[in-house]
Design a protein around this ligand. Structure first.
Ligand code: DOR
Length: 431
């Protein structure tokens, strides 16, 4: 059925578009984009008055946990969480079981996503065999199977020579290397950011330097190799400084920040709520402000959730024993709207660019823009809708969100993937 989206404020940063437009979708494609379009006979007309209409949002850093950790998330549940959160495409990390370090696991993820997923799924291949950081994976095989990037995310690559080789090999296939920057020795089994709050709470700290020394190393290696480096979850003012300096010198680097590192501080850990335990850890206000300013300035290219679901029983333990990670797919948009856009720290255009054109460019995937003839992946956001977060309503199997009960504004209300409405008013539409 044809769909006409009428009267919305269309924001498409890739085309420098921000204004009232109607969008006609026929089949899997966008056919026309213009002011005041007539609905063809039999078309469904969606009134988008007062709404923000954007290219389908892309989350380039999520953990779907399948294969191997289906108690935490599956491709079915994780893609539904994505659609509920307004995302039409996700890139999923390789720390599954078995690890996505071979073509067969990449094929498995793609096939499962085709059968059971409701949004597009782009697998990230492992950087090293078994995520052990010792021997690089068969990057050519991973690329041929459809991996859009390589990464050992969840674990750092401690051996600089392994990182060097990964950057060199990935360059041959034009794949970005997504780096989880953490010096394991400096992190020293810490539980939260090392600083005043950790001291008061008596919890072992992870210094900002544990991230920054690896950011510095990887920037140096990117410069040495000419490889494409993408910094995952940048969380400190020091990392931002290093990134800006490298960019100014022309190093090929891109970077992402998570909604939680952009909007939440380490003060939240005072609750001892294990959903606040995340890696890299929540940082103090100064770091949060520096990361948000870097996003607004365009030095950080992407907002990515690092959606890291864990089973309730994994997180329902003492802070010490809980695994790192929080879910993010279903709260990313309203958290960023509430904490950054409404207070004027970030414009709609900047936010949408970091969820559309920029991740599409970095991963070299379709979408990211509303082009006639292009795929009909569209997200509609109600900027005025206010609602309390309720983790029990999540489509994700993970309930590990520190935002439970928080009132947020600016929720996605419609997600269209390839011309099909997959989410409407927060509910997944099953075929
Ligand atoms: O908090 C985190 N959880 N950070 C990571 O880098 C990995 C992730 C996970 O896989 O649970």
């Amino acid at each position: 059925m044809a769909i006409l989206i009428k009267g919305g404020r269309v924001i498409d940063p890739a085309r420098n578009l921000d204004g009232r437009q109607d969008i006609l979708i026929e089949g899997e494609k966008i056919t026309t984009l213009a002011a005041n379009l007539e609905a063809p006979a039999g078309a469904r007309v969606i009134d988008a008055g007062g709404m923000i209409v954007t290219p389908g949002l892309i989350d380039m850093h999520v953990h779907l946990r399948e294969p191997g950790y289906e108690q935490k998330e599956t491709i079915a549940s994780g893609t539904r969480a994505a659609a509920a959160g307004g995302f039409t495409a996700v890139a999923c990390m390789a720390n599954t079981n078995p690890v996505a370090d071979s073509a067969s696991v990449i094929y498995f993820i793609k096939e499962k996503a085709r059968q059971e997923g409701v949004v597009r799924v782009y697998p990230v291949g492992a950087l090293s065999k078994g995520l052990e950081g010792k021997e690089i994976a068969e990057i050519g095989d991973l690329a041929a199977a459809g991996a859009v990037a390589i990464s050992d995310d969840g674990r750092p690559v401690m051996n600089a020579l392994v990182m060097r080789h990964a950057l060199e090999y990935a360059k041959m296939f034009n794949l970005p290397v997504i780096s989880h920057c953490e010096d394991e020795a400096l992190a020293n089994d810490g539980l939260m950011h090392e600083g005043l709050v950790a001291t008061i709470l008596g919890l072992r700290g992870i210094p900002a330097a544990a991230e920054e020394v690896m950011v510095a190393r990887d920037l140096i290696l990117a410069e040495l190799t000419g490889g494409r480096l993408h910094l995952a979850h940048v969380s400190t003012a020091g990392s931002v400084r290093l990134l800006k300096e490298a960019r100014a010198r022309g190093v090929r680097v891109t970077a992402e920040a998570t909604p939680h590192h952009l909007c939440l501080t380490d003060m939240l850990v005072e609750s001892y709520d294990t959903s606040t335990k995340v890696n890299p850890p929540l940082r103090p206000a100064g770091d949060v402000a520096a990361v948000a300013a870097a996003l607004a300035a365009g030095d950080i290219d992407v907002i990515a959730s690092d959606h890291a679901p864990h089973a309730d029983e994994d997180k329902d333990v003492e802070y010490d024993y809980a695994p790192f990670g929080m879910v993010g797919l279903e709260t990313a948009v309203p958290l960023v709207v509430t904490e950054l856009i409404l207070p004027g720290k970030l414009t709609w255009q900047q936010a949408i660019k970091s969820w559309t054109a920029n991740p599409a460019r970095i991963l070299n995937i379709p979408g990211g823009s509303l082009v006639p003839g292009g795929v009909a992946d569209v997200t509609i956001i109600d900027p005025d809708m206010e609602k309390e977060v309720d983790v029990n309503e999540f489509y994700s199997r993970g309930h590990n969100s520190p935002l439970q009960g928080r009132k947020l504004k600016g929720w996605p209300v419609l997600t269209i993937v390839g011309g099909r409405v997959v989410m409407e008013n927060g509910k997944i539409i099953e075929e």
